[in-house]
Write a protein that binds this ligand. Structure first.
Ligand code: SF4
Length: 389
């Protein structure tokens, strides 16, 4: 039984660091959301057959799903309910951002059984938020948390970012302490990544090229050591508060791990709908085109909305590498027996060279059942895990 992801590719305005696929509503034609919903309805109807027993979890992400108007959100929820029955007790998450939540929208989400909300707070500091082009203020984030709790959301995730321009350890600690004061069930902490083709990247590149008065701005980006210290401090602080770091960037109170994302990290099947959404079912992966009108046109004319890369049948080696890369980001690690059952090989044989390479530094820790990444290397997990490809 797959999990279901719905991509809502709209934000009020793009943040300066964001390379995700989403359209800025400020610059989009008015009909774009209805074109999107038309296409999505056709895709849902076609794809119902991929989840004949219903779905195990639902995640409506983006973009900013709550950038939709209440009436649009209700239409989206109705479509999902019509096409995909949910398992008893399924986790159903919606992502949203401060400044886009209204009581009316939250009432609709609750009415359709949404039982988890993920809020993009990033920082409780207006100057840090505006330094990366977030459109909301810290006050709006506080209001949004209050609204969500009043609407009955008792499973709340707050997304926070560290390594923002101008952020020092004191400011990072203040943001995390304020987040803790709201007792969220779950926290996701991400370091700022400079992605090419984003306004923030361009600004930094410009500064590096001509050391002008803007040089100050680049100097204010926390360096890797400071980012590592911020992450390390947060890990310890959250541990004191009873949160478990069940994945490199994700922390939860007992019983509140995100089940949808856990399925993805453990290699379970998922069906992604909407422009730009990725699916992986029965060892076949595909991605939809990143263009609302092309997506809708394809669906209305009976063609596939999958992008030009087409359906990719994952090789055994690719599936093994994926299991290692995703599994080692989890606190639980990679299960030796499960790996052998799924792939017919012992991972210690397949990845002998990588494990040998890092042996002296204790990068990996093994017991009888699992291989894990030593937590002290979790901040640089990505660079280590690349060796499994
Ligand atoms: S709100 Fe999220 S998806 Fe939208 S532009 Fe900002 S970072 Fe990107």
């Amino acid at each position: 039984m797959p999990s279901l992801y719905i991509h809502v590719p709209f934000c009020i305005q793009k943040c300066d660091y964001c390379a995700f696929y989403s359209h800025s509503l400020v610059d989009s034609p008015e009909d774009l959301i209805s074109v999107y919903l038309e296409g999505l309805e056709v895709e849902m109807t076609k794809r119902q057959k991929d989840a004949p027993q219903g779905v195990s979890s639902l995640f409506i992400g983006g973009g900013t799903p709550t950038a939709l108007k209440a009436v649009e959100l209700e239409r989206l929820m109705k479509m999902i309910h019509r096409c995909f029955p949910m398992n008893e007790g399924a986790e159903k998450t919606v992502e949203g951002n401060p400044g886009t939540l209204t009581d009316e929208k939250l009432t609709i989400l609750r009415r359709y059984g949404i039982n988890r909300f993920s809020l993009g707070v990033q920082a409780f500091d207006d100057s840090l938020l505006s330094a990366v082009g977030r459109i909301h203020t810290a006050r709006q984030a506080r209001e949004a948390i209050g609204r969500l709790r009043s609407a009955g959301f008792d499973n709340l995730n707050l997304d926070l970012m560290f390594g923002l321009p101008g952020q020092d350890m004191i400011l990072w600690q203040a943001t995390l302490e304020e987040a803790l004061s709201y007792s969220p069930e779950h926290l996701s902490l991400y370091g700022l990544m400079l992605e090419e083709d984003t306004p923030l990247y361009e600004r930094c590149a410009q500064v590096t090229n001509n050391q002008t008065e803007n040089a100050l701005q680049l100097d204010l980006l926390p360096d890797d050591d400071l980012q590592a210290d911020m992450h390390e401090w947060a890990v310890e602080r959250l541990k004191q508060e009873g949160y478990r770091q069940y994945e490199t960037s994700n922390f939860a109170r007992p019983g509140y791990d995100c089940r949808h994302n856990l399925g993805y990290w453990r290699g379970a099947d998922y069906l992604g709908l909407g422009p730009g959404a990725v699916s992986c079912l029965n060892k076949v992966r595909w991605k939809n085109v990143e263009d609302v009108r092309v997506y809708e046109n394809c669906l209305q004319s009976g063609q596939s909305p999958i992008d030009e890369a087409g359906e990719e049948v994952l090789t055994l080696r690719e599936r093994m590498a994926e299991r290692m890369i995703l599994g080692l980001r989890l606190e639980e690690g990679v299960d030796f027996i499960l790996f052998r059952n799924d792939f017919g090989e012992d991972l210690r044989d397949i990845y002998r060279d990588v494990l040998e390479h890092y042996k002296d530094k204790d990068v990996f820790v093994a017991d009888n059942d699992y291989l894990r990444l030593n937590p002290k290397y979790s901040f640089i997990a990505n660079s280590i895990l690349r060796d499994f490809v």
